[in-house]
Design a protein around this ligand. Structure first.
Ligand SMILES: [Zn+2]
Length: 499
């Protein structure tokens, strides 16, 4: 079928519409087929089919959207389930961990046998106090024929001599006195320190088991696992003998009649008159432990006996050596030599340690106390050599000047007096000790035992020594209290006589 094109209409303004020469006339294009008349039913079917396709496409899109939403929520669900599982696993893990690190204590009892047969048992919390094995001494006494005299606060156990006429006043009677909640006991009239306080349990006195091994003859104590065997030892020489003896020098020393005070004249130094001295009531101190045996050491009757001032301006000579140096039981146990201080200072320090441990500070120990002139010299020379190694450009005098800022020159060290000690709970003396609770305890309590912090913070200009929270100096309670309350350093407190 041929299509006849109509002549182009002219625009009303008479202009011809511009038409490129030879441009194809779409209407004249033979490839653009003319509309065909179709019948109505055919047209309807096509439209219907198109509509259905459209609807199907719409349904597919809808289905895809729903699936996406389902997948999204599915993932959210999986995420939360995993989160929940992780939380459960974490909780179980924590529970197991804490359970593991702190298992419920199993009730254990310690069995005590006497001469191999009869036995009693004590629950572990009664048998061990502060890590020390205890025995029921009242029970032991009744089995071994000791006589108990006294009451709840103080109990005396007597070994009968077997001879009635000899039992009283003859001097041959042996006894031990335990005091409730006190580690001070008396063996044959001699005060001794137990490794833990005697405790009253019901009507029975429980005491550290090592009392038997340390102070009793004719009786042996052995421990195997949870069984403690206590038995008489029968020897050929003294059959069936039971006695209290002081097997070691653990006794609290009796006060010496006349103590050698060293060769420095303590009268050369007197306390500053501007500082009010404490009253007698100020000097009465109460402790957690029974330290009555130490009172004279902590608060010496001769108040000024220990007021020596040693520093860069007040030196001691090479020959000065105290004559009453005493071992310090609280020397750090790491292989170093047992440190020493003069008797009064050493005993007062012993009291300080008993109280400090009772207050819960058990890891402080003495790292250094008395140092001889020769030792201080070698120490000073070693530090000086280290300084010169660090900086080879230093002269000897310069290196010594640097060393002197942290280590005393020989003759200027208070350690040579035997009246001071370094104590702390660190690997090495360090100002970090000032952050420890034990240091706080010392700053609050050291004066009660007669000690002062010798090189306080803020007094560096006067002492010439930087803050040393570990260095404590014995001066006796009277002066320690005055110095503590006034917030002074020793240089400020002491005035050379005549000034
Ligand atoms: Zn020191």
């Amino acid at each position: 079928m041929q299509y006849n094109p109509q002549p182009p209409r002219r625009p009303p303004n008479g202009h011809r519409r511009p038409m490129a020469q030879g441009a194809p006339n779409p209407r004249a294009n033979p490839q653009n087929p003319p509309r065909v008349r179709r019948d109505a039913s055919q047209d309807y079917a096509r439209r219907k089919a198109a509509y259905e396709r459209q609807m199907a496409e719409k349904r597919r899109r809808e289905a895809r959207r729903k699936r996406k939403v389902q997948i999204f929520w599915g993932r959210v669900l999986v995420f939360f389930v995993i989160l929940l599982l992780l939380a459960v696993v974490a909780c179980v893990g924590f529970a197991l961990y804490f359970n593991h690190s702190d298992p419920p204590p199993e009730p254990t009892t310690i069995r005590y046998t006497f001469n191999g047969d009869d036995s009693i048992s004590l629950a572990e919390d009664k048998a061990y106090l502060g890590g020390v094995l205890y025995v029921d001494f009242s029970d032991l006494a009744s089995r071994f024929g000791l006589v108990a005299v006294g009451g709840a606060d103080e109990m005396r156990f007597v070994i009968p001599t077997g001879d009635e006429t000899d039992s009283r006043g003859s001097g041959s009677e042996e006894d031990v006195i335990f005091r409730r909640d006190s580690d001070l006991s008396t063996v044959n009239g001699q005060d001794v320190r137990l490794s833990g306080p005697a405790v009253l349990h019901g009507e029975h006195y429980l005491v550290p088991a090592d009392f038997i091994t340390e102070y009793m003859d004719g009786i042996a104590l052995t421990r195997e696992g949870n069984t403690v065997s206590i038995a008489r030892t029968y020897t050929d020489e003294i059959p069936d003998a039971l006695a209290f003896t002081l097997k070691r020098a653990a006794a609290v020393d009796p006060l010496p009649e006349d103590t050698e005070l060293g060769d420095i004249d303590p009268g050369a130094i007197i306390p500053s008159t501007s500082v009010p001295g404490p009253s007698e009531e100020d000097l009465v101190v109460t402790f957690l432990t029974d330290l009555s045996a130490y009172e004279e050491y902590m608060n010496p009757a001769d108040r000024n006996a220990y007021l020596i001032l040693v520093n860069n301006d007040n030196t001691v000579d090479e020959t000065h050596k105290p004559t009453d140096l005493t071992d310090l039981a609280d020397t750090r146990k790491d292989g170093r030599n047992v440190q020493q201080m003069r008797l009064y200072a050493a005993k007062a320090l012993e009291a300080l340690y008993i109280e400090m441990r009772a207050a819960g500070y058990k890891d402080v120990s003495v790292t250094s106390a008395y140092r001889s002139y020769a030792y201080q010299t070698s120490l000073f020379n070693m530090y000086t050599a280290n300084e010169m190694k660090k900086d080879p450009s230093l002269t000897l005098a310069q290196a010594q000047a640097i060393t002197a800022t942290y280590s005393a020159r020989p003759g200027t060290s208070e350690h040579q007096t035997g009246l001071c000690c370094d104590m702390h709970n660190l690997g090495a003396a360090d100002v970090a000790f000032a952050k420890k609770e034990a240091y706080t305890w010392l700053t609050e309590n050291a004066w009660k035992f007669g000690f002062i912090l010798r090189f306080p913070q803020g007094k560096e200009d006067i002492t010439g020594i930087s803050f040393e929270p570990w260095h404590y100096r014995y001066v006796g309670r009277y002066h320690a209290k005055a110095i503590h309350d006034a917030g002074l350093c020793l240089e400020e407190y002491l005035t050379p006589a005549g000034n």
